[in-house]
Write a protein that binds this ligand. Structure first.
Ligand SMILES: Cc1cc2nc3c(=O)[nH]c(=O)nc-3n(C[C@H](O)[C@H](O)[C@H](O)COP(=O)(O)OP(=O)(O)OC[C@H]3O[C@@H](n4cnc5c(N)ncnc54)[C@H](O)[C@@H]3O)c2cc1C
Length: 449
C-alpha cells in the first residue's frame, strides 16, 4: 500500500549532505498537527537534519484553541483571541494554506486545493513521510431537520454565529407583545451533555441573563436553556459526584436538564424529543458527538466501524511505514488496546510523540509506542463555577473554574495572546456584555457545517 519509509533514513552522525532531501508533510494544523510541526522544528534543528523539510497544510491559517471557543461565542473573549496564528506558532516549517483533497499513497502524493478569488487552484505535494491530523467534524445522525436547522460549535464562525443569533432573537423578542412567542424565541435547546454541551449550556445561560438586562421589555425568566442528554448523567467522563454537582448547580440556576432523552426532530420553531414531547424553541445547538472529516472517508487506509483511522502503537497507520495519524481522526491505542480519547490534551501529546518518532526513524533508530497517562479533565459551567478532576483530585465550584482558566491561559501559546485574553476577562468582569451583532448570522441560513 505504501512504499518503504526508511529508505531515506540515515544513522546518527552521518552528514545530511550524503542524503537525498526528505519531505515530511503534515495535513491539518490543529492541536495534533501544529504541535507535531513545532516539535519537529526543534528536533530537526541540528545540521544532521538539514536535508529534512517540513510542510504543513491547512485550509485555515490559524488553529482554534477549542477550550476558549465557547467564551468567544459569549463575548467573554474577543473571537480572534481564541485562535492561534500558524505562521507565528511555527518558525521554520513551510505552511500551505489549502485543503488536502486526496492522497495517492503509492505515489506518495497529495492533491491540495487552494481557494483563489477566481475559483479553486490545485497543486500536488509529494512526501516521504506523511502525518495525518485533519481532526474531526460534528456528527450529524439522521435526525430530520438537524442539518437544515440546528447549529453546531466547531468553527470560529459558529461561535460568532451563535452570539449573533442570540442577539437577533433578543431584538425580535423585545418587540413582540406575545409572551409565548417571546419565550419560544429565547428558548435554546442544547443537545449533548458532554463537555462541549454542558459548558455551552452553562456559559450561554449566563450570557443571556447578563445581556437581557439591556432589554427593558424582557425579563431574565424569558430566556431558557434546556440541555438534552441521552445518558443518565451529564459529563460522563468525570466522576459521578462531579456530574451530580454540575447538574445541581445548573438546575439551581434555572437550566433544565433532560436526562435519558434524545431529539427526534428539529424544526425552525420547535424540537421534538424522543418521547414525542414538543419543546417550543427556535434554536437547537447540536453538541452530540464527532465524526471523521471528509478526507478520511476517501483514504485507502484501515478504518474502524465509525470511520476513524486505525493505528499501530507508535501512531503509524496500520500496514503503512511512512504514514502516521494523530488527534481526533485516529484510533491510537494504549498498551491494553484501549483507544485514547479525542481531546486536545491527547492530540498535542500524540503530535509531539510522532515528531520524536520521526526524528528517531530519520536517524536510523526505532519508533517507540505512544504511552500517555491522562492528566485530568476540566469544565467551566458559567457563573464562575466549574468541575475538575486532575491527578485524581476532584474539585468543584469556584476553585475548579479558577483552575480551568489558569490551566488554559497557561497553555495558550504566545505571551501576547495570553495578555489579550487576561485583559478580555478583566473587562468582562467589570463591564456589561456587548450586545452588537457581528453580522455573521443570516436568518434562515444554517451556519453549522
Ligand atoms: C467547543 C469545543 C471545546 C473543546 N474543549 C476542549 C477542552 O476544553 N479540552 C480538550 O482537551 N479538548 C477539547 N475539545 C476537543 C479538542 O478540541 C479536540 O480533541 C482537538 O482539537 C483535536 O485536535 P486535532 O488536531 O485532531 O483536530 P483539530 O484541532 O480540529 O485540527 C484539525 C485541523 O485539520 C484541518 N483540516 C481538516 N481537514 C483538512 C484537509 N482536508 N486538509 C488540510 N487540513 C485539514 C482543520 O482545518 C484543522 O485546523 C473541544 C472541542 C470543541 C469542539
Amino acid at each position: 500500500m505504501s512504499g518503504p519509509a526508511d529508505n531515506r533514513s540515515h544513522p546518527a552522525g552521518a552528514s545530511s549532505a550524503d542524503h537525498a532531501p526528505v519531505r515530511i508533510v503534515i495535513i491539518g494544523a490543529g492541536f495534533a498537527g501544529a504541535y507535531c510541526a513545532q516539535r519537529l522544528e526543534s528536533r530537526l534543528r541540528s545540521k544532521t537534519f538539514r536535508h529534512v523539510h517540513v510542510v504543513v497544510i491547512d485550509p485555515r491559517n490559524y488553529f482554534i484553541f477549542y477550550p476558549f471557543l465557547i467564551e468567544a461565542g459569549t463575548g467573554a473573549l474577543e473571537p480572534r483571541h481564541a485562535v492561534v496564528s500558524i505562521r507565528s506558532f511555527l518558525r521554520r516549517a513551510e505552511f500551505n494554506m489549502g485543503e488536502a483533497k486526496s492522497i495517492d499513497f503509492a505515489a506518495r502524493q497529495i492533491l491540495v486545493g487552494l481557494r483563489a478569488p477566481h475559483g479553486q487552484e490545485t497543486r500536488t505535494v509529494s512526501y516521504d513521510h506523511l502525518v495525518l491530523a485533519p481532526g474531526s467534524v460534528t456528527l450529524h445522525p439522521p435526525v430530520p431537520g438537524l442539518r437544515e436547522h440546528a447549529f453546531a460549535i466547531k468553527e470560529l464562525p459558529d461561535a460568532v454565529a451563535l452570539r449573533d443569533r442570540a442577539i437577533q432573537l433578543l431584538e425580535v423578542a423585545s418587540a413582540l407583545p406575545d409572551e409565548a412567542s417571546r419565550r419560544r424565541l429565547l428558548h435554546w435547546v442544547i443537545v449533548g451533555g458532554s463537555f462541549t454541551g454542558a459548558e455551552l449550556a452553562g456559559e450561554f445561560h449566563e450570557f443571556l441573563r447578563r445581556v437581557v438586562r439591556r432589554y427593558p421589555n424582557l425579563r431574565k425568566s424569558d430566556c431558557a436553556i434546556t440541555l438534552v442528554e441521552r445518558e443518565d448523567r451529564i459529563l460522563r467522563a468525570l466522576h459521578p459526584r462531579l456530574s451530580r454537582y454540575a447538574e445541581e448547580r445548573m438546575r439551581k440556576r434555572g437550566i433544565s436538564i433532560r436526562l435519558n432523552e434524545t431529539v427526534r426532530e428539529v424544526h425552525p420553531d420547535h424540537i421534538v424529543l424522543g418521547n414525542g414531547e414538543r419543546l417550543e424553541a427556535c434554536t437547537a445547538v447540536w453538541c452530540a458527538g464527532i465524526a471523521p472529516p471528509p478526507l478520511v472517508g476517501l483514504l485507502q487506509a484501515p478504518r474502524d466501524e465509525r470511520g476513524y483511522i486505525l493505528c499501530e502503537r507508535d501512531c503509524r497507520v496500520r500496514g503503512m511505514t511512512d504514514v502516521w495519524a494523530i488527534g481526533d481522526c485516529a484510533v491510537n491505542i494504549d498498551v491494553d488496546g484501549k483507544a485514547y480519547p479525542a481531546t486536545a490534551q491527547h492530540a498535542v501529546r500524540e503530535g509531539r510523540h510522532v515528531a520524536d518518532n520521526l526524528a528517531r526513524v530519520l536517524s536510523g533508530g526505532q519508533s517507540l509506542p505512544f504511552d500517555y497517562r491522562t492528566q485530568g479533565s476540566l469544565a467551566a459551567l458559567g457563573c464562575r463555577t466549574g468541575v475538575a478532576e486532575v491527578f485524581g483530585m476532584r474539585i468543584s465550584g469556584f476553585p475548579a473554574w479558577w483552575l480551568w482558566r489558569t490551566v488554559y491561559l497557561l497553555k495558550m501559546p504566545g505571551l501576547a495572546r495570553k495578555a489579550r485574553i487576561a485583559i478580555d476577562w478583566t473587562l468582562d468582569l467589570f463591564f456589561r456584555k456587548d450586545d452588537v451583532q457581528l453580522g455573521v448570522h443570516e436568518p434562515g441560513r444554517r451556519p453549522a457545517r
